[in-house]
Design a protein around this ligand. Structure first.
Ligand code: FE2
Length: 338
């Protein structure tokens, strides 16, 4: 694996102190997508361990309920027709979202510089090609996702002002799907090529932007709406111990009609918001053309896993002089506004 050299970005190390003693048992519980106790029980334990983040949720909820319009106004204006999630997702095909063009231009530059090379080894069919300092070198990436139009669309799903994730899933990724490095590009499908619900945070909300046109044979993201997903989850007792994390097409399509499957096969510049913790999804199956998406992840300050115990978190560039709403989205340590 190649390493991109840079020391211009900041990471916050995991907490020291007695809580670190929890790391070993927590790692055992976390292993294999929380196989030992099942994701539902393990997540409940993790939320108890992480309960200190509840203060941040309360702070963010109060601001959302009492001052959200003012925060939007200070951050560039209250959007007249914010995008609204319906059945767990929303698609904007207008090409008019604020700052979209500069974000697309930054994405194109990053693809030219880093595309079609091997950076990550976990999945041969899908990798984040963004260097760690991409958001520092290309302010357009964060400007787009912290605009008032975006945060007005994202916050209602949480009921508070959420955080851009500093851990898993990473907050800002440029995902490249290709067959170039995959010795088993023809299948059988595996990992994120199979239906799953994201479990690290409830909710997890993705903002996905097509950086180039995505044709129907380019491994588009496939997803179910919230209601169809709930039917599948309830029928299979998804999240219980012994129930697999990844589901086959046969398991899912026995419970939902194929007409209920949505596909993010769209022209460049199309924006998808999807609650990936509530909408079953898969993608990256044998893309005919390389598929490029900018993928942002918003999460709760109280995680459903134990990763904070041992992993460092990304600290996003945010200045005290930035609008409060932007600081809230980027700075997880914020517990008061000046
Ligand atoms: Fe997923």
């Amino acid at each position: 694996m190649r390493v991109r050299e840079s020391d211009s970005f900041k990471m916050q190390p995991p907490l020291r102190g007695p809580r670190r003693l929890l790391s070993a048992p927590a790692q055992a519980l976390q292993k294999g997508d929380m196989r030992r106790l099942g994701r539902r029980r393990t997540s409940a334990i993790a939320r108890r361990v992480n309960r200190r983040g509840g203060r941040s949720i309360e702070f963010r909820r109060r601001l959302y309920e009492e001052r959200f319009d003012r925060l939007l106004e200070e951050n560039g204006g209250v959007p007249t027709h914010p995008l609204e999630l319906c059945d767990g997702f929303a698609i904007d095909r207008s090409g008019m979202m604020p700052l979209l063009d500069s974000m697309l231009a930054a994405g194109a530059e990053l693809i030219d510089e880093y595309g079609a090379q091997s950076w990550e080894q976990q999945k041969p069919f899908l990798q984040n090609i963004n260097p760690e300092d991409a958001v520092d070198r290309h302010p357009a990436l964060l400007d787009f996702v912290t605009s008032s139009a975006m945060l007005a669309a994202v916050a209602p799903c949480f009921g508070y002002v959420p955080l851009l994730s500093g851990l898993v899933p990473r907050g800002v990724r440029l995902m490249e799907s290709s067959t170039r490095f995959d010795p088993k590009a023809e299948g059988p499908w595996r990992e994120s090529q199979l239906y799953n619900l994201d479990y690290h945070s409830s909710p997890t909300l993705y903002v996905v932007v097509a950086l180039r046109d995505i044709g129907p044979d380019d491994g588009p993201l496939h997803f179910l709406g919230r209601a169809a997903s709930r039917r599948v989850a309830e029928a299979l007792d998804y999240g219980a111990r012994g129930v697999p994390y990844r589901l086959s097409d046969e398991q899912v399509h026995a419970l939902v009609d194929e007409s209920e499957v949505n596909r993010f096969s769209e022209p460049a510049g199309t924006v998808l918001l999807i609650e990936s913790s509530a909408c079953f999804h898969f993608g990256s199956r044998r893309p005919g053309n390389d598929r490029y998406q900018m993928q942002y992840a918003f999460v709760s300050p109280v995680r459903n896993d134990f990763l904070e115990l041992w992993l460092p978190q990304r600290v996003y560039p945010a200045a005290a002089s930035d609008p409060d709403l932007r600081r809230l989205a980027l700075d997880r340590s914020l517990l008061a506004l000046g």
